[in-house]
Design a protein around this ligand. Sequence first.
Ligand code: ADP
Ligand code: ZN
Length: 613
Amino acid sequence: MKHKDALDVLQNIYGYDQFRGQQAEIIDTVIDGNDALVLMPTGGGKSLCYQVPSLVRKGTGVVVSPLIALMQDQVDALRALNLNAVFINSSLSQQQIRETERALLCGEVDLLYVAPERLLMPEMLQLLDQSDISLFAIDEAHCVSQWGHDFRREYLALDVLHERFPEVPRLALTATADQRTREEIVRNLSLADAACFISSFDRPNIRYAIHEASNARDALLNFINDNHKNDAGIVYCLSRKKVEDTAKWLEERGKTALPYHAGLDADTRANHQSRFLREDGIIIVATIAFGMGIDKPDVRFVAHLNLPKSVEAYYQETGRAGRDGLDASAWMSYGLQDVINLRSMMQSSEADEQHKRVEQNKLESMLGLAELNTCRRHALLAYFDESVDNRCGNCDNCLVPPETWDATEAAQKALSCVYRTGQRFGVNYLIDVLIGKDVERIRRFGHHQQSTFGIGEDRSAAQWRALYRQLIARGFLSVDVGGHGSICLTESARPVLRGETPLMLRKLNTNKSSSSNSKRKQQARAIAPENKKLWERLRNLRSTLSDGKPAYVVFTDNTLAEMVEQKPMTSKQLAAVSGVGKHKLEKYGDAFIEVIQDYEMYADMETDCESDA
Ligand code: ADP
Ligand code: ZN
């Protein structure tokens, strides 16, 4: 790289050996005073792209972030590196704000975090006029896009930075990949001349698994117990009620699960978020309102109990797992009702025609991903116009290729049952007719005398449900919104009905736990069994030292894992561990070395006389 002082900063302050991916190039570009647009997946290492140039260039780096609630944590993490990081927001007193302004004017501040609405206040802009600014970092830059789901009006006005501070380099950063958002960022923030850095959006450490389950909650509990027993995770549900119910249900089964949704008061939300960040092994059950910008690096799993509305949303939400690069899971369970709900939601949408078509396409892609028989990662990345090998080896379909069956004949029966009963009924009724159930309602409509009555006796109701789900997901059937979820045939059902198109479908997974993860147990952290005890001790030490701040502010799991492996017993050895910079070595080094020495000295004795739980 061009600027060697940037590498010095990385090694001495952060304790990392080398830059990753495009970091070096990006940092060089900004140090030279140029603008940059950075698209990198979550966990890719965006923060260093603006932090390092801020430290190398003269003046304060100004970070624009919409996430006021997280500024304290971001600043704490930088202060733990002995950097002078500050934020200005409404949580500060007038006195604190004045003190921060003074420090800024004196050039004492390395990094300043502000929300856009604060930055745009005339007095703030005047303050910046009088200060020495090294760069502007516009974090979560996709908030400037009106198409995305995180649009914030204030972001549009950030264009003023370009006019008012033409000499100061600007970096826009986001983990949102699609072309449309990218174009809008460039246009709305006047970044036409910016160098554009687009990283691969693959997250190889995340294992994707999506499957159907009639009892999603039980499947979730099995998945957690089998793979992530004491790990932190996020469980997404669509409704507030389901969030509350699921959290309570998990609590009753011995998990620490906290609800999070917009209906809870601000204090409760803040408290739950803070516990999630600070304590180990907490599960947050949330609506999508939770998670943007959450910097917690060691979220080990993200689970969905409903289908998200789009592949973008799925990618963003699952992306919150495994930011530290260690193994993590993205797990989803969905059922017939999800497919019906989403389909009818789209059909009843009040949006204009064009917008509706966009929504419809997004939904189709999500359903396609869910019903897929081949590599999930391949499909996910193809959605973002990125091509990778056909088999990733780290998704459910690659690990245990799904069995398929020739569903042509069964599909004909299912479809003709819809037709013969007049396209007026929901799935439950149709299944009753197919399996020939003797119920009053069927007699009342006279459907017990029809040719389709009982022609599906050979299959179980659950199998028919799965088949209807697949037929709806593939668009052979549509859901009539006005008619209480009654099912109708679509044009594309014709060739199937006539037997012109053979239909190969995925077999219903009858295995109770139905999680391919449980077959091949995922080792979340590569901690060897003989090192588990030391690992736990170092984690305990870390929480003692963290003093109410998130534990990763002291050291990340990655750094602890390396310590456990290398067992450094001197300051010099410890300094060689990734993530141990000068300041942290001084501050925490002795405490960690002491625990490791102690452990090494008594390790043999302990394994002899203790039985490890
Ligand atoms: P993003 O903001 O893109 O989601 P972060 O900036 O939070 O990602 O980085 C994710 C993790 O990777 C952090 O724990 C960070 O310290 C670590 N990291 C970033 N760059 C490097 C590097 N060059 N070497 C080692 N670790 C790194
Ligand atoms: Zn795969």
